[in-house]
Ligand binder design. Structure first.
Ligand code: ADP
Length: 323
């Protein structure tokens, strides 16, 4: 029977993590389980930066971006020695279950901790990149896409006023979901994602075709992990179309911040709530995800093995809808 759990956020922060922390803390307390908050992710486990949490500690955070527990990347946790220290600290505090909110790297760390020290762990997918398999949803993706959309809409206004071509780089590491979804939602003429090899000649042919039919405003959304890259693309296209005004914009970290959307708040709350119920039910090494709008669990060691595939249908649709 679980009596005390700990919760941490690890890796890249994502808006909605606070909603998940709040749900974990309050669900645990509701069920008579004590909760500890670990600050600075796995590094906090090693450094014993672990504090008891009460219901009031998570008041007024559901609407905030970032994570009230802070997050970090920990080199020490990559070593067996570091993980032994982490496990010893958890034992010292009497913690018998851990909730890890983070991305696939954090889940790899959780698998190692479980394999070596058998601490029951439930992972909650928290990443704006949405690159985790076994779940349709990851915390922060919805907010990040909405932030990108807001920025791209504004850029389109100025692109239209000046007849300019804009190449806009969005986040997502080696995944193209933010690019694909923000591109569709802003009516981008092209979307370039890391999951597909970029064909510059085809992009150029499209611009050429558009110019001939006097369509002068062009938005190309490029994922940061695209094989060709937004900046080189800008140079190549400027060379091919010297008369055109081509601008390159990197949206950057604004996509990580901001108040989470209703969707991120609700889904993150669901995951936090169910993560605690799962620990209570004796689950040990699972990710709490959402599939077809239902809570779905998948073994942590299987979800880290593959990426979520990108939807070909959506990629095809971009071409049709921008024609
Ligand atoms: P994310 O969780 O957002 O993918 P990272 O990839 O940076 O972020 O991972 C977060 C942390 O998880 C790392 O700093 C490290 O402490 C831990 N971690 C990642 N991969 C491993 C691994 N293979 N073994 C142990 N710990 C890992």
């Amino acid at each position: 029977m679980i009596q005390k759990i700990a919760v941490l956020t690890s890796g890249g922060d994502a808006p909605g993590m606070n909603a998940a922390i709040r749900a974990v803390v309050r669900t645990a307390i509701f069920h008579g389980i004590e909760v500890m908050g670990v600050r600075y992710g796995y590094q906090g486990l090693i450094d014993d930066d672990i504090v008891p949490m009460e219901s009031r500690d998570v008041a007024n955070i559901i609407q905030m971006g970032g994570t009230m527990l802070k997050t970090a990347r920990s080199k020490d946790f990559m070593t067996e020695e570091g993980r032994s220290k982490a496990a010893a600290n958890l034992k010292k505090h009497g913690v018998d279950g851990l909730v890890v909110i983070g991305g696939d790297g954090s889940f790899r760390g959780a698998c190692a901790l479980y394999a070596e020290h058998q601490i029951p762990i439930i992972g909650i997918p928290g990443t704006i990149d949405k690159d985790i398999s076994g779940t349709d949803y990851t915390i922060g993706f919805d907010t990040a896409v909405n932030t990108a959309i807001e920025a791209i809409d504004k850029i389109r206004d100025t692109a239209a006023a000046h007849d300019r071509l804009f190449i806009i780089e969005v986040m997502g590491r080696d995944a193209g979901y933010i690019a694909l979804n923000s591109g569709i939602a802003t009516g981008a003429e092209s979307v370039l994602v890391p999951e597909r090899i970029t064909n510059v000649e085809r992009v150029a042919a499209m611009i050429d075709y558009d110019q001939k039919r006097r369509k002068n405003v062009h938005i190309i959304v490029v994922a940061e992990g695209d094989d060709f890259g937004a900046e080189p693309l800008t140079h190549v296209l400027q060379h091919k179309f010297p008369a055109m005004e081509i601008r390159h914009t990197v949206l950057g970290h604004i996509q990580r911040g901001g108040s989470p959307t209703y969707y991120d708040r609700v889904q993150a709350s669901r995951l936090g709530y169910h993560a605690v119920l799962a620990l209570k039910d004796g689950m040990v090494q699972q990710m709490a995800g959402i599939v077809n709008n239902h809570i779905a669990f998948a073994p942590l060691d299987t979800v880290v093995k593959k990426h979520q595939p990108i939807d070909d249908d959506l990629l095809d649709m971009v071409k049709v809808l921008s024609s």
